[in-house]
Design a protein. Sequence first.
Length: 256
Amino acid sequence: MPDLIRHGRLYKAVPPLYGIPKGKDKMQYFTNRIEYISFLQKTFSQKNEISNLSKTKLAKSEMLNFIYKNDDYVYELEAIANRFALDPNLLELVLFNKDLPVAKLSSVVNKEFRFVNAHYDKTTKCIIVEGLIGSKYQYLFLNDKLINDSKLILDYIYTTNGGELHYIMNDKIASIYDIMKAFELASPNGLKRFKGLGEMNGIQLKTSTLDPDGDRTLIRYMLENAKEEIEEIRVIQSNKSRLLKEIGRVTRSELR
């Protein structure tokens, strides 16, 4: 029925990605990540002031951009830190300074962590950073495996943040991890992340997505959109058929 689309009568109702409790039995919904981050950034900025090392305060748009681009930084850094049983701040600092000579790296690390030093180990042929942080002894092998596993972290530091690791947060030096961890902890209690319509109850679905008198988000379909989606479906079906044929050939070959 192309005329329905041609005359602008077909819409897509967009369900929210996030919901935050607002009083009794009420929720404030956000349909995308940037909307949600923008909301939290206002609350975060009321309690935290972020500047670069030149002490120039980040503007609202710069702060929003910083948080949005580093959205998964804490997750990625902690995933690697947990895998190698390392302190996230130590891992971050060593990765940032990985190309320094051993003596300089040791000095940088020791300045931040009093009981941690770096040295070159002839047996393993790599730099080892070790020492006590809190109640845990750290053993970091700065080798190719760690560097390769940490590519995403290095991309964040050198590509997303232009090679800047440290900023000033509330008059104190803070790394990307420190800032994003503080932002993460500023998330409101009761935050709900909707991964699909099945995670919403009937009232939530009505209020956020279906009610014509509610605060829902609609996207009008145009004929170009329909053509694009039909083409995407055709590509998917073509790839699926090709894959099934390939699986069939492999199976027949195994049977022979």
